[in-house]
Design a protein around this ligand. Structure first.
Ligand code: 1HE
Length: 262
């Protein structure tokens, strides 16, 4: 285990240390994100070991994350607030647009900035205990960690508006239904499921993972004609990689797995 700070740790897993589990270790404060913890998240994602091909983020204790550490909010003026928000943007950009796909293993509270962190990950696995909220609305503030951009992409602006105007809380099942998570699993098994998914992701061709992290979100936001063009460029780069040719050949020679019903 590598201790990044007292509030964040990283452990490497797999026969080639290809999976990093990055854990918030501040359970007494429900993993509330103070400046030190957000900067540690930025640093760890900027400096992942070369062996790492997929990462999992989780939180110690009964809750994934209680969001912004509200005790740091009290004395900030407007300009400090802008820079603070931009610091979160930079840190969570390192999660979303870093070097490897990231899976959030969720349980308990995934609220405020905790949901913003989860939204910056590529896959969210929630266990039955998970609940989602954006209490910023009731605290008299606004999201500032990228939530206004990322959460509507998951659930639409109308549902996010409802969450913030009314304090609506989604449970794990409803969260999956509306798009907050892609998986729901029994209580206590989110990390196990996330590790299973990370193991599969780590075995993909690196260029495929790169395309999914860096090309797909941009293509999805381009006008159709631009998107088709970018897609064609990305497709040609991916299929030209020697690893893609090997994988396709293996299938044609009957040596690779078929798609099965699951
Ligand atoms: C905190 C925080 C926090 C807990 N900042 N200290 N986020 C919120 O508005 C959510 C606030 N937290 C909660 O609603 C609850 O704590 C939980 C539902 C997450 C968990 O409840 P529970 O009963 O397990 O714990 P607790 O007793 O409320 O909290 C335990 C301790 O953690 C307590 O401190 P203690 O010294 O009295 O032991 C709490 O004060 C502390 N704690 N959450 C600071 N968030 C980039 S902009 C993002 C904007 C936002 O994220 S706003 C949403 C903030």
């Amino acid at each position: 285990m590598t201790t990044i700070t007292p509030d964040l740790s990283m452990t490497l897993h797999g026969d080639q240390e290809q999976i990093a589990v990055i854990r918030m270790t501040r359970p007494a404060k429900r993993n509330a994100l103070n400046d030190g913890l957000i900067l540690a998240i930025r640093d760890v994602f900027q400096n992942l070991p070369k062996s790492v091909k997929a990462a999992v983020v989780d939180g110690e204790g009964d809750h994934f994350c209680a969001g912004l550490d509200l005790s740091e909010l009290q004395e900030r003026d407007a300009s400090e607030g802008v820079f603070h928000s931009r610091m979160w943007h930079a840190a969570l950009e390192c999660v979303e647009k870093g070097t490897v796909p990231v899976i959030a293993a969720l349980h308990g509270a995934v609220v405020g900035g905790g949901l913003e962190l989860a939204s910056a990950c590529h896959i969210r696995v929630a266990d039955d205990t998970t609940f989602y909220a954006l209490p910023e609305g009731t605290r008299g503030i606004f999201v500032g960690g990228g939530g206004a951009v990322r959460v509507p992409k998951l659930i639409g602006a109308a549902r996010m508006t409802d969450m913030m105007l009314t304090g609506r809380v989604y449970n794990a099942e409803d969260g999956e239904r509306v798009g907050l998570s892609q998986y729901v699993v029994p209580a206590g098994t989110a990390l196990e499921k996330a590790m299973e998914l990370a193991t599969r992701i780590a075995a993909n061709a690196p260029m495929t993972n790169f395309a999914l992290m860096h090309a797909l979100p941009r293509i999805a936001e381009q006008p159709g004609d631009h998107g088709f063009f970018t897609e064609a460029l990305m497709a040609s780069i991916a299929q030209a990689a020697p690893e893609a040719k090997e994988r396709v050949r293996a299938f044609l020679e009957g040596k690779a797995a078929k798609v099965s019903k699951g």
